[in-house]
Design a protein around this ligand. Structure first.
Ligand code: XMP
Length: 523
């Protein structure tokens, strides 16, 4: 197993740590820091000052959190961290905690403030350099710091929050009551940039080309002369993993693509083309459509579909993998959010949320050593890396697609004929969204074949045929999503084409549910 990303990326030198106090925004803060080309990781809030001194970050950001600092059992940090001389920026709960830990005269009172607020800068400081004296900020707090001792200098105020920003007079410790990481704080990016460059002294040298070169060196060191197997699914994560491995170890890489008959239109061909002609990998295509259809025959219950597909996949993949005699490693396209949310990062926070779809039993069953070269990256960074490695934008920018494929979008029974209907319908939805210039703006756009037949009339004849739902969502992280407000003309064009061009479809509906309470996929 690779070590912590903090250790693995020594070559990237500059890093900032985000202490997670349970904020829903911890990952967003880390992404914002990386947008300024400074490597950033999320860590547990209770790491000791000694461990932090070893890790030697250029700066630390305390996230917000749902607790109150004065509640018994609320998450705290080792107060000595604030005296290490490493710059600290506390956000919301993080500000209250930093002020309290430094023995400032801090009282927290209930004074709820949610949403947009107007903030006035009351003292000049490097943190606010280049900013207007007044700005919109985003507040989301029940408590606030109402008074500080003379050890602190208040920097900004809103109408209801007299200390909206603060700094310590001696130590490089700052606090913001508002959230600079959200887009509703328009100057937030500049404030974070000021913290990173002017307070922490970061140079912003973390670049994707350096990451690629560094990752290739690490893979070569880890793999030596051994062989690596990598599963390809058509998705961007596995494609970038394979491309990176190919650059690192070339002919020592074997890829396996399980053709489960559940892929999108032309997806298999695109992957085969890319990984045999552009990247000339040792690609094994397992033709398993029959096996998957047989496993799914008569099954309509969503979880049962997933279970059977999972089993069939493991069987196919294992059978092919064991034929590759000298294979030692199994590569997976695990991303940083998966690592954080599964609680698997050595210094990272304990699992808080999930249940991730991609973290499954495959590696243990096969007895391979795992290699996860993307485990430090967010999705948008993986896409940038893919482009850097020369993958075509068609693969890099493809919308996410669930492992169980079209089966979970083919509601009711999964048959070859129904899959064919769905595949054609899906291709039309995507084609029209692309033609309208909306593909990059939407997070996912696809068709769902409903287990419903309805009456229609075509020419002079009565029809009784299939209904298709269009699902199109906007989302940053896929944990929440809003239905895309597509122009009526685009919806109209999609509907006309679906009914005219896809045999057996006579009705189209648009899904206007957000997540939560709905999910993005229907099953
Ligand atoms: P839901 O439907 O839970 O989906 O809102 C959130 C995101 O996850 C994708 N998804 C999956 N991805 N295996 C995957 O690799 C799965 O079984 C799976 N189910 C959902 C979904 O497409 C969306 O991007």
């Amino acid at each position: 197993m690779p070590g912590s990303a903090v250790e693995a990326n020594q070559a990237t030198a500059e890093k900032v740590l985000v202490f997670d106090f349970g904020s829903q925004y911890a990952q967003l803060i880390a992404r914002r820091v990386r947008e300024h080309n400074v490597y950033c990781e999320i860590v547990r809030h209770d790491l000791s000052a000694q461990r932090i001194a070893e890790l030697a970050p250029q700066g630390i950001i305390f996230s917000g959190g749902p607790a109150s600092v004065y509640q018994a059992g609320s998450p705290k940090c080792d107060p000595q961290i604030l005296r290490l001389g490493i710059p600290v920026l506390g956000i919301c709960y993080g500000m209250q905690l930093a002020c309290e830990a430094l023995g400032g005269d801090v009282t927290s009172v209930a004074s709820r403030e949610y949403g947009r607020a107007f903030c006035r800068i009351t003292a000049h400081d490097p943190l606010f350099q280049g900013l207007p004296d007044e700005m919109d900020v985003w507040m989301s707090h029940g408590d606030q710091v109402t008074a500080v001792s003379s050890d602190f200098l208040p920097l900004a105020a809103t109408a209801t929050c007299p200390i909206a920003a603060v700094r310590h007079q001696e130590l490089p410790v700052y606090g913001l009551q508002f959230h600079p990481e959200v887009t509703h704080t328009p100057c937030g990016a500049k404030i974070l940039a000021n913290f990173l460059t002017d307070v922490c002294g970061c140079h912003g040298r973390w670049r994707m080309e350096d990451f690629a070169a560094d990752a290739i060196r690490r893979i070569r060191r880890q793999v030596g002369q051994q062989r690596v197997i990598c599963g390809l699914s058509g998705g961007v994560d596995s494609a970038v993993t394979a491309a990176l491995l190919f650059k690192a170890i070339g002919s020592q890489l074997s890829c396996i693509l399980v053709d489960n008959g559940l892929l999108r239109k032309d997806e298999e061909e695109a992957v085969i083309r890319e990984f045999t002609s552009h990247f000339q990998t040792d690609l094994h295509v397992v033709k398993a459509e029959e096996k998957f259809l047989a496993a799914l025959s008569g099954v309509t219950e969503p979880q049962e579909k997933r279970r059977r597909i999972g089993h069939a996949f493991i069987e196919c993949f294992s059978a092919e993998a064991t034929k590759i005699a000298d294979a030692h490693f199994l590569a997976q396209g695990t991303l940083y959010p998966d690592v954080i949310e599964s609680g698997a990062a050595p210094d990272g926070p304990a699992a808080t949320i999930k249940l991730h779809h991609n973290v499954g039993g495959l590696p243990d069953e096969l007895g391979f050593e795992l290699i996860e070269p993307l485990r430090d990256l967010f999705k948008d960074e993986v896409r940038r890396l893919g482009l850097e490695l020369g993958l075509p934008s068609e693969i890099v920018w493809r919308h996410p697609f669930p492992g169980p494929g079209l089966a979970v979008r083919c509601l009711g029974e999964v048959t070859r004929e129904r899959l064919q209907t769905l595949r054609e319908a899906d291709a039309i939805v995507v084609e029209e969204i692309k033609a309208a210039g909306l593909y990059a703006k939407t997070a996912q756009a696809f068709a769902v074949l409903l287990p419903v037949q309805s009456v229609g009339v075509m020419g002079d004849a009565r029809t009784y045929a299939d209904a298709v739902a269009i699902r199109c969502v906007d989302s940053e992280d896929f944990m929440t999503a809003d239905w895309s407000h597509l122009p009526y003309e685009v919806l109209g064009r999609i509907s006309t084409r679906l009914i005219n061009e896809v045999p057996k479809v006579n009705r189209v509906a648009y899904d206007i549910s957000s997540k939560p309470p709905a999910t993005i996929e229907w099953e």
